[in-house]
Design a binder for this molecule. Structure first.
Ligand code: SAM
Length: 182
């Protein structure tokens, strides 16, 4: 299958699908940080390019409820973030998953199909992750482990902290590739 991993610089989900033999491409404004097929640029320009599946990780800065106290100062940015999310979920692609933390999209679009946690996929951390799915099955836990430390507490301050925090967990990427291996 031809698979687009939208808004991914790490290559984590792309590589999980590539390893299973798919023609998987990541796309991000940033360069990719691991070897693999990557399109650097605006993903909105390639949504019509005949993909079979898309897994998207749009920015959550102006959507996540954890940032609610800033919303009133960021009305324009939030409207753009909602529009971007909706362009992804409404893309002309048969199989779609869009991932975001607990965010206003639960009311502005609809409730997510499921909320997963890294500790269900082999990582002893918490980070509630919502999935909105089109034609894809719910992701089943693969390895429930102990440990309930919030990811936010695991990383020391650094200029790259936001990037490290945003990288998809390998256990979740592997579960997506194995369970959505259509
Ligand atoms: C929350 S991070 C997701 C990181 C991802 N989970 C990973 O493992 O690489 C959101 C990403 O969306 C990218 N992004 C924002 N707007 C974009 C656009 N129009 N087209 C492509 N990527 C975009 C940002 O550069 C950022 O890397």
């Amino acid at each position: 299958m031809r698979i687009l991993i939208a808004c991914e610089f790490s290559g984590t989900v792309r590589n999980a699908f590539s390893e299973l033999g798919h023609d998987a491409w990541s796309c991000d404004l940033l360069p990719t940080e691991t070897e693999g097929k990557h399109i650097q640029g605006d993903v909105l320009g390639i949504l019509n390019d005949n993909w079979d599946m898309m897994i998207a990780h749009p920015p959550c800065t102006h959507l996540a409820v954890s940032g609610a106290r800033w919303f009133k100062d960021k009305i324009k940015e939030q409207a753009q973030a909602i529009e971007f999310f909706m362009a992804l979920i409404n893309a002309p692609i048969p199989y779609i998953a869009v991932e975001n933390p607990i965010s206003i999209m639960s009311t502005r679009y609809r409730k997510p199909d499921q909320i997963i946690q890294p500790w269900q996929f082999g990582h002893g951390e918490t980070k509630a992750t919502c999935l909105w799915l089109k034609n894809l099955s719910l992701l089943m836990p693969t390895n429930i482990v102990d440990g309930r430390q919030p990811r936010v507490h695991m990383l020391p301050p650094s200029p790259d902290r936001w990037k490290l925090r945003s990288i998809t967990y390998k256990g979740i990427a592997n579960a997506m590739a194995e369970q959505w291996n259509l």
